[in-house]
Design a protein. Sequence first.
Length: 139
Amino acid sequence: MKKSKGQTLVFEQVLIFTMGVVILIAMYALFVMYQNFYTSVTMSDHARQVKEYIASAVLELSKYDFNSSSVIEIPERIGGYIYKVKLSNAGINITFVGKEFSDFSHIFNLGDIYELSGTAVSESGKIVIEKKGNKIRLR
């Protein structure tokens, strides 16, 4: 009977190492997918909270009969991204700079009563909301 000179042992070790590498790559890909999913859910939820906060400030100013303004503090970044807040008669839109993500919501029927406009960037950490007559503007 002819004995193999360690070839079977080397082949087994290479096969086991290859299986380990395959499992490692599969686990890495799975964890990256989970991370991307939870990051997008978190960003969407945080953007919704910022929109609701800005909408409540706009609604608060709309209650007054006189000209007024308000400065509100907002997060400078959401998920590490700077974002733009745009106010229009249709509603509030948040768009992330450098990421293809945008979130929109209506502000009740406020666009029928007031002229809503303005855009602000989150870098400063503050938004100024001004009400003059029937116009409400972000800056």
